[in-house]
Design a protein around this ligand. Structure first.
Ligand SMILES: C[S@@+](CC[C@H](N)C(=O)[O-])C[C@H]1O[C@@H](n2cnc3c(N)ncnc32)[C@H](O)[C@@H]1O
Length: 330
C-alpha cells in the first residue's frame, strides 16, 4: 500500500490549544518542523498575516505541499529536510518554531514502511532521509547492541531474551515484520493492556530514525535561529521525548543559586520564560474523536535571552545519543 494522505481522517493533535498559544504572535513567520498532513500549517495560514516555512523528512507529503503551493504561493515554503537542520533556514523574523513529534497516521498505515507491528514483509521503518533500515539493524547488529536499543529506548523488560532469540533465528532465515512479532509473542506470553510488540517496535523506530539526536539538535537549533521573544512549542508522544523536552525548558528557565548559604549568587541565566510548568494534554472530547491523541503532551516556552550553550542538556542525555551511535560491527 502506498502513502496517500486522507485529509478527512486526519485530526491535528491539540490544535485549539496550539492556536491559543501562538495566535498572540500572529503576523510573521512560523516554522512547522513536522508538516505531516499539514494540519497545523493550514490553520496558521488561515490568518493572512502569517507565513509558514514547513519541514518534513518524508517526501510522501508532497501532494499536500503541492496544493498549498497553489493556494498560498508566497505565504508558504516547504523544505524536505530533517528538523535537526533547521539552522539552514534563513529568516530573521521567526515568531515560533513548532514540533509535533512522531508519525502521522498515514505513515503508520503505509504497511510498506513496516512502522507498525500489524505490517507484513520487510522491516523498513524509515521516515525519510535515513542512512539504514530496520532490516539492517535486525540482521546485522550484535545481540548486546540490540539489547541496549530495546532496554534504553523501549524500557523492555524482556530485552535480553528477545535480542538473543533474534540472533538465533536470523542464522536460519531473514526476519520479516511478522517473524519479529512471532519472536516477541513467543517470549512475552502474557497478554497486557498494550500490544506485546509496542515497546520493541518503538525502540527500533527511534533507532532507525535517530529520533533522540533529531530532537536534541532540533531543540537547540530552534533556540539558535529564534530571535528573543520567539516561541518554541513541542508536542510529544512518549515518555523519553517528554523527559527531554521538559528538561530542556525547565533547566534553562530557572535561576538557581550555587549554594543555599549564598542566596544572592546566581549561577545560570534564564534563557526561557516557561509560562506553564505542567504539560497541556488533550481533552476527553479530543481523545474520544482521536484516540491516538491520548498520549500527547504539549510544552512551550518563550526565548528571553541569547547565548545558551546547552552543555548540561547535551551531557544529561548523552547516554541516549551514544545508543544511536552504536556501530553495526561491534
Ligand atoms: C505527527 S506528524 C505531524 C502532523 C502535523 N502536525 C499535522 O497537523 O498534520 C509528524 C511528522 O513529522 C515528520 N518528522 C518526524 N521527525 C522528523 C524530523 N526529524 N525532521 C523532519 N520531519 C520529521 C514525520 O515525517 C511526520 O510527517
Amino acid at each position: 500500500m502506498n502513502a496517500t494522505i486522507n485529509l478527512e481522517k486526519h485530526f491535528p493533535v491539540l490544535l485549539n490549544e496550539l492556536v491559543s498559544i501562538i495566535s498572540p504572535l500572529y503576523g510573521g513567520t512560523f516554522i512547522d518542523c513536522t508538516f505531516g498532513a499539514g494540519g497545523y500549517t493550514k490553520k496558521i495560514l488561515e490568518d493572512s498575516s502569517n507565513n509558514v516555512i514547513a519541514l518534513d523528512r518524508d517526501k510522501s507529503v508532497n501532494p499536500i505541499v503541492a496544493k498549498l503551493n497553489k493556494t498560498h504561493k508566497k505565504k508558504f515554503k516547504f523544505l524536505n529536510i530533517k528538523f535537526s537542520e533547521i539552522n539552514k533556514i534563513e529568516s530573521d523574523s521567526v515568531k515560533a518554531v513548532i514540533f509535533d513529534l512522531g508519525y502521522s497516521l498515514n505513515q503508520i498505515l503505509d504497511f510498506n514502511r513496516g512502522l507498525s507491528f500489524k505490517s507484513k514483509g520487510k522491516l523498513d521503518m524509515r521516515m525519510g532521509l535515513n542512512n539504514f533500515t530496520c532490516d539492517d539493524v535486525i540482521s546485522k547488529m550484535s545481540q548486546q547492541n540490540l539489547f541496549k536499543i530495546f532496554k534504553f529506548f523501549g524500557d523492555e523488560k524482556y530485552a535480553k531474551p528477545i535480542s538473543k532469540k533474534i540472533v538465533e533465528v536470523r542464522q536460519n532465515k531473514k526476519i520479516k515484520t511478522e517473524n519479529l512479532v512471532e519472536i516477541i509473542e513467543g517470549i512475552k506470553t502474557k497478554k497486557s493492556k498494550r500490544n506485546n510488540s509496542t515497546k520493541i517496535f518503538q525502540s527500533l523506530r527511534m533507532f532507525v530514525n535517530q529520533e533522540i539526536s533529531e530532537l536534541i539538535n532540533g531543540l537547540i537549533n530552534a533556540y539558535n535561529i529564534l530571535p528573543v521573544g520567539g516561541l518554541i512549542v513541542v508536542v510529544t508522544f512518549h515518555s523519553i521525548e517528554d523527559k527531554i523536552v521538559k528538561y530542556f525548558f525547565k533547566e534553562y528557565s530557572e535561576i538557581k543559586n550555587s549554594s543555599r548559604y549564598l542566596p544572592n549568587k546566581i549561577t545560570n541565566t534564564k534563557y526561557f520564560n516557561l509560562i506553564e510548568k505542567k504539560p497541556i494534554i488533550p481533552s476527553s472530547e479530543e481523545i474520544k474523536i482521536n484516540p491516538p491523541s491520548r498520549s500527547a503532551k504539549l510544552r512551550y516556552a518563550f526565548k528571553i535571552d541569547n547565548g545558551c550553550d546547552f552543555k548540561k542538556f547535551k551531557s544529561k542525555f548523552s547516554y541516549l545519543m551514544e545508543i544511536e551511535n552504536l556501530a553495526f560491527n561491534d
